[in-house]
Design a protein around this ligand. Sequence first.
Ligand SMILES: NC(=O)c1ccc[n+]([C@@H]2O[C@H](COP(=O)([O-])OP(=O)(O)OC[C@H]3O[C@@H](n4cnc5c(N)ncnc54)[C@H](OP(=O)(O)O)[C@@H]3O)[C@@H](O)[C@H]2O)c1
Length: 295
Amino acid sequence: MRVFVTGASGWIGSAVTAELIATGHQVIGLARSDASAAAITAAGGEVQRGDITDLDSLRAGARGVDGIVHTAFIHDFSAHEDAAAVDFAAVNLFGDLLEGSGRPLVIASGILGAVSLETDRPDPAMSWSPRAATEATLLGFSERGIRSSAVRLAPTVHGDGDHGFMAALIGIDRTKGSSGYVGDGTITWPAVHRLDAAHLFCLALENAPAGSVLHAVDDEAVPLRDVAEVIGRHLDVPVVSVAPEDAVDHFGWLGRMLGIDSHASSTITREQLGWRPTHPGLIADLELGHYFRVA
Ligand SMILES: NC(=O)c1ccc[n+]([C@@H]2O[C@H](COP(=O)([O-])OP(=O)(O)OC[C@H]3O[C@@H](n4cnc5c(N)ncnc54)[C@H](OP(=O)(O)O)[C@@H]3O)[C@@H](O)[C@H]2O)c1
């Protein structure tokens, strides 16, 4: 397939791009900078220069393709609503472009606190994240002749090179001189390795039925106290409980998220697409030590 990939130079999108190319697909990657363009070219992809805020560049990238994988997102938690609005507009454009074609559109979505099963449909009005509305719209594209699917990523997608929540938590713990968890530490998060998540995007592109929700979840519920204990050992700092009311003060922007209890299953995804995670789980991955290398 000829596939337009947004976020092709990103952490997860670059792994999706690498696997698509390795399995014989052609990738046109959206690049907003010379560095991103160079990374996509080096991976063997073609480059569409542009920006997810520039709908004309998305139209150009999607012209004549057999499918779209959308992983780009503006990660600015101080303007999350604006970023979600940009995402919503991009996904709606892709819907208009693919209408009636039967072609696949796969987007990155999330799980944190909102859902446990693939069949759960959070009410966008009740969700903490404005991205829930984008997922709901995407799933409706199945009625418009589009093989749409949403890959709900576990809140921690982990692996070497991670610059997401786990890396941020370790950075905060390093600065604080302690490894913290919220409350009694029984709050859990699902987790998945980056390469297993990337494989699921590829399976979704090739085979997911229209209107599918897929869970990129390997560990269903990792207690955040267990995470804190591994981090504490590797950083050689004490492991401490942080009261829920002090979480934002202690962890900053991450405090709100560390207080959200979340668990999720991927049984339906595994049955539907034959997806089998093969890479280390979160605790084993933390134990490997790459998160604790100092640059
Ligand atoms: N990593 C996680 O733990 C996690 C968990 C849940 C959900 N997700 C979701 O999974 C998706 C991929 O995440 P990731 O970890 O791979 O993120 P990432 O490494 O930050 O990659 C984001 C990608 O989006 C691109 N991008 C950002 N702003 C753009 C803009 N204005 N125009 C064009 N491209 C733009 C970036 O381009 P550059 O390469 O040029 O910077 C990059 O390629 C996102 O939707 C994210 O929210 C991730």
